[in-house]
Design a protein around this ligand. Structure first.
Ligand code: ZN
Length: 221
């Protein structure tokens, strides 16, 4: 039997997609990077978004990482060869939030993690991980919302997310450069904590996939 794409769950999964995307990493890549089956459309669709998010995450985690100089070098290369990307990164930069590493930019500026590309990449990662956890695709109809943990302002919500996620075991991928936790409720909704390089945490919530809701209704009748 041919596998379906883990991301869309519709087309045949004829290629292997790296999760998290390879584009988020500086070389040398970790050994045995995690992959899921993906159709060529889902696999190739996110390359530009991956590059933008690599810069965003690199800027927020560079100082905490052992491979800091590699990360900086890789980001500089990416930015140097891509003017459009450079404009995009700097458009989303603000002076009031997360500090960039001064080695990269002076004066220090800041970035908000709420761009379209950030949401797109995190959503794709959660769709793939859902498939890893459940063996079937979340499906593109299920609503997914994305927040950078640092930017959630309601202290009650922060405490709730921490409590919920800390109740589960972390799962390590790619030599622990990426660690995630997930909690499913009885209705099939899920909350995900995605930790990049031990320094940047994204919180993603996903509604139950359509088939889960349909199954639930059928068995309740
Ligand atoms: Zn697909």
């Amino acid at each position: 039997m041919k596998k379906l794409c883990a991301i869309c769950g519709i087309r045949p999964g004829t290629t292997s997609d790296h999760i998290p995307p390879k584009g988020l990493y500086a070389k040398p890549y970790p050994m045995n990077m995690h992959t899921v089956p993906a159709c060529s459309k889902c696999n190739q669709g996110g390359a530009t978004a991956d590059e933008i998010v690599k810069i965003m995450i690199g800027l927020s985690t560079g100082e905490a990482r052992g491979d800091q100089s590699l990360v900086i070098e890789s980001m500089q290369k990416t930015l140097a060869k891509n003017k459009k990307l450079r404009r995009k990164v700097f458009q989303s930069a603000e002076r009031t939030f997360h500090h960039f590493n001064r080695a990269i930019l002076s004066p220090a500026v800041a970035v908000r993690f709420d761009g379209k590309e950030y949401r797109e990449v995190m959503t794709r990662i959660v769709r793939a991980l859902y498939w890893v956890e459940k063996g079937s695709a979340l499906g593109i109809a299920a609503k997914v919302t994305v927040d950078a943990f640092d930017q959630i302002e309601d202290p009650g919500q922060v405490a709730l997310i921490q409590t919920v996620l800390n109740s589960t075991q972390p799962k390590h991928l790619n030599e622990s450069t990426f660690v995630y936790r997930v909690v499913f409720d009885d209705a099939g909704n899920s909350i995900w904590g995605l930790m990049f390089f031990g320094a940047h945490l994204a919180i993603v919530s996903a509604d139950a996939p359509a088939h889960f809701v349909a199954d639930g209704l059928a068995s309740a009748e």
